[in-house]
Design a protein around this ligand. Structure first.
Ligand code: PNS
Length: 159
């Protein structure tokens, strides 16, 4: 059964992985519309510039009709309330994710109690994928084809 409304799926997406895609596809079944919300994070030195990350997420989500992609700066909850979002979707892979996610969800709830954080579990085959591991494997010339869609792999190789 679909819940009404817009959910944001926020993150760095540097790069977008099959794990992200898995969570996004699950969220698309639950909400009318899902916005992949890419943080423009000035503190982190990213692999891809934000606009390139956006282009890649768009390329990887063409097949999903109720998805859009946006970039935000500042507090996530400010963006969420300005967009009228009812939920923030975060993926959980393993227990070690939980501490950080728990703190972030409580901080966001205190700032904007009307926006619910929803955790979705990834498929088992994606439970060990993280963007940082993908970047590291790539840095040392390893094969990332089972972790990221082909368009992301091509873009990483081209950099
Ligand atoms: O993919 P990531 O890096 O785990 O995503 C983290 C992200 C971007 C969702 C988080 O850092 C974020 O929301 N940043 C924006 C600043 C903010 O709102 N911080 C308050 C929550 S603790």
């Amino acid at each position: 059964m679909k819940q009404k409304g817009l959910a944001l799926y926020p993150g760095s997406f540097d790069p977008f992985t099959y794990g992200h895609q898995d969570i996004l596809e699950r969220a698309c079944e639950l909400f009318d519309h899902v916005e992949v919300t890419i943080a423009r994070n000035s503190e982190k030195h990213g692999f891809f510039p934000t606009e390139e990350r956006k282009r890649l997420v768009e390329a990887c989500t063409k097949h999903l009709k109720n998805v859009s992609v946006a970039v935000f700066e500042g507090l996530l909850v400010d963006h969420a309330t300005s967009r009228g979002a009812i939920a923030l979707v975060r993926g959980l892979r393993q227990v070690s994710d939980f501490d950080y996610e728990f703190r972030m969800a409580f901080a966001n709830r205190r700032l904007a109690p009307e926006v619910e954080t929803v955790f979705l579990m990834t498929s088992e085959q994606h439970a060990l994928i993280s963007a940082s591991i993908v970047r590291e494997i790539h840095r040392y010339g390893g094969d990332i084809s089972s972790f990221v869609p082909p368009v992301v792999q091509e873009a990483m190789t081209a950099r």
